[in-house]
Design a protein around this ligand. Structure first.
Ligand SMILES: *Cc1c(COP(=O)(O)O)cnc(C)c1O
Length: 394
């Protein structure tokens, strides 16, 4: 089966008593057992009978099964948010005295998780330039528990050379953990490029147009006992499993992912090309443009498409705010890959809590506006952006 068929047609593990075509939403906490004798196997993880919805729920399992079918993963575990997927993964891999080799170019909350939260528990964040393989290899030592990176950083749009970095990590016996939120897993195989564990904010592309918050850990079985630890330890002790309601919404989102992504990624590239022609736009950063330094690498790893996010640089911070205030169709909001086109000034919002010096080190600029392109008509999006950029009629 092709991925699009698979995304729609995954079968339930057990027949529904009413032959429902959509996976029913099991809004229940607990599950009754016929006999006392049948309970120990479920509670000790020897069967897949659900016992308590903090650790197993049929609606969530169906969503996980769909993702497993699409990625070929060994196991998939759904969490209550992208950050829950990331923090549970790192908590499962790390312990006091260990370090995580990573970069300054990270989603703001992931950076804070590593540099503030985990560091309080004795886990060191080793920041290095991931475009420099020698620096990465030098940073990895006997106490490194993983190499953690984002496949495309946001908003800098630096693309990680996954095969090269996987080779560096594996040579030193360290797993590669990649946040693949920026390109749907239906478009490329992270595992084929050497990724051991994939983490995804399913809030973004998968949720089906910003319906719900969620996260996924996709484990390829190369890291001994990892998925088992997540299921039998982290879900039990940290309690961040996805809710059945979110799983229901995201299952529907997954079914339309391919159709939405096709429109959004094509529209983003068309807009990036057209915005280049406007004099108010000083720079367009899109890895789908042929003259972008990451274009070839992106094509090699991710195929024909390059996602639905890009940035534009304007004259100044004031010009960015003027532009954002004049938008009528495009929404001033955070989030990525909503059905609606969104615009935000990252330096003053997502990266607002950091100091000027920290922002400089992260390559976050005052002149940058981030655009996430939705499924509206491309001409309508372009017209709104053009009128908002036009300086004359204030
Ligand atoms: C949004 C995002 C996250 C966090 O996901 P939530 O679902 O908001 O918790 C992590 N990584 C990346 C790259 C993101 O874009």
């Amino acid at each position: 089966m092709k991925k699009q068929t698979q995304a729609v047609q995954t079968r339930f593990r057990r027949c529904d008593v009413y032959n429902a075509i959509s996976m029913p939403l099991y809004h229940t906490v607990a599950y009754e057992f016929d006999t006392a004798e049948s309970m120990p196997d479920a509670f000790c993880g020897r069967t897949d009978d659900p016992d308590y919805s903090r650790v197993l729920n049929p609606t969530v399992v169906y969503f996980e099964d769909k993702v497993r079918a699409l990625t070929g993963a060994h196991d998939v575990i759904a969490f209550s948010s992208g950050m829950a997927a990331i923090s549970n993964t790192l908590l499962a891999l790390a312990s006091a005295g260990k370090n995580v080799v990573t970069s300054r170019h990270l989603f703001g909350n992931s950076f804070s998780l590593l540099s503030s939260t985990l560091s309080r528990f004795g886990v060191e964040a080793r920041l290095c330039d991931l475009t420099d393989p020698a620096a990465v290899e030098a940073a990895i030592d006997g106490d490194t528990c993983c190499l953690f990176l984002e496949i495309i950083t946001n908003p800098q749009l630096e693309v990680a050379d996954l095969s090269m970095l996987a080779e560096s990590a594996h040579r030193k016996g360290v797993p590669l953990v990649a946040d693949t939120t920026m390109i749907p897993f239906t478009e490329f195989s992270a595992h084929a490029l050497g990724v051991d564990i994939e983490v995804v904010s399913s809030t973004k592309y998968i949720s089906g147009g910003a319906t719900s918050i969620g996260g996924l850990v996709i484990d390829y079985g190369t890291c001994e006992g990892f998925a088992t630890r997540l299921r039998t330890e982290m879900l039990m002790t940290l309690g961040a499993y996805m809710t059945p309601h979110a799983a229901y919404m995201q299952t529907l989102g997954l079914e339309t992912l391919d159709a939405r992504y096709r429109i959004q990624s094509a529209s983003a590239l068309a807009l990036a090309r057209r915005l280049r022609t406007l004099p108010e736009v000083k720079k367009v950063n899109s890895i789908g443009l042929e003259d972008n330094p990451y274009y070839a690498l992106s094509r090699r790893q991710f195929g024909q498409t390059a996602g639905a996010m890009f940035t534009i640089d304007l004259e100044s911070r004031e010009a960015c705010f003027r532009f954002l205030n004049k938008l009528q169709l495009v929404r001033r909001a955070t989030n990525l890959f909503d059905n609606k086109t969104l615009a935000i000034h990252p330096a003053s919002t997502i990266f607002g809590p950091f100091t000027d010096e920290e922002r400089r080190a992260m390559d976050i600029h005052e002149t940058t506006v981030r655009l996430s392109v939705g499924i509206e008509d491309t001409d309508d999006i372009f017209d709104d952006i053009r009128q908002a950029l036009c300086p004359a009629e204030d």
